[in-house]
Write a protein that binds this ligand. Structure first.
Ligand SMILES: C[S@@+](CC[C@H](N)C(=O)[O-])C[C@H]1O[C@@H](n2cnc3c(N)ncnc32)[C@H](O)[C@@H]1O
Length: 221
């Protein structure tokens, strides 16, 4: 789908489901909260930080950070942003390809479940990298192209809605090119609630990894 179709799609989801995480199109509420809890634990306690939630939707992912941090949410769905604002995010309606922020403004930038929707990933991640401060953390979560479950589902799925998926290697290479010298991964294996974490890739278990988050710390150079 094109950007304007996605915008309409998520406006409609928010109009129908309101603040519920159903607006963000997760498989179900449980899979959203399992993922959110694991990623929040993985990032550790955040206090007094400037955080950007890029493609924040209704803001449920970063809501727990609002109390102790300044959390900005950018999205092109105006209807979703109404709910993100009511969760306490400082919202901006815009495209992730052109963020209205100075270089190095954020300690932590997260982009959850977004890049599978966009045609060209590199300019978006480059923009997220630009606004991450040296020493800050960039975390991107998306669908894993190597997953056996997804390949099987793809045989039956008609809409091909999420036809962009990623390998860990391609995102690791992109992070490195953009100034994040080391990365690590948090891997999920839907429908199991299991996650694993680590710096490496494993050719056997990765076959069953349905989605992953990649985290990099920006170098000072
Ligand atoms: C699947 S939802 C995920 C929302 C949220 N990150 C979460 O995990 O609950 C994807 C979100 O990305 C937004 N989005 C997709 N492409 C975008 C772009 N180029 N610029 C701004 N927002 C975008 C959509 O409007 C939608 O709210």
């Amino acid at each position: 789908m094109s950007d304007s179709q996605w915008k309409q799609y998520f406006d409609q989801k928010a109009a129908t489901h309101g603040a519920s995480v159903k607006s963000s199109d997760y498989f179900d509420d449980t899979s959203f909260f399992v993922q959110r809890d694991h990623i929040h634990r993985w990032l550790g306690e955040l206090k007094g930080k400037q955080i950007l939630d890029a493609g924040c939707g209704v803001g449920a992912f970063s809501e727990p950070w609002v109390k102790d941090n300044t959390v900005y949410g950018v999205d092109f769905s105006a209807k979703s942003l109404e709910f993100a604002a009511s969760r306490g995010l400082k919202t901006l309606n815009g495209d992730l390809g052109a963020l209205p922020f100075a270089n190095g403004m954020f300690d932590v930038v997260v982009c959850i479940g977004v890049i599978q929707l966009i045609p060209e990933v590199e300019p978006i991640i480059a923009e997220l990298a630009r606004v991450t401060k040296p020493g800050g953390v960039l975390l991107v979560q998306t669908l894993h192209s190597g997953s056996v479950q997804r390949k099987l589902l793809g045989l039956f799925e008609r809409t091909k809605k999420f036809d962009r998926m990623y390998s860990m290697t391609e995102l690791a290479q992109l992070f490195t090119r953009l100034g994040f010298p080391t990365v690590d991964f948090l891997k999920q294996y839907h429908p199991l609630r299991v996650v694993t974490q680590g710096a490496g890739r494993n050719s056997l278990t990765d076959l069953f990894c349905t989605s992953f988050a990649i985290r990099g710390r920006k170098g000072n150079g």
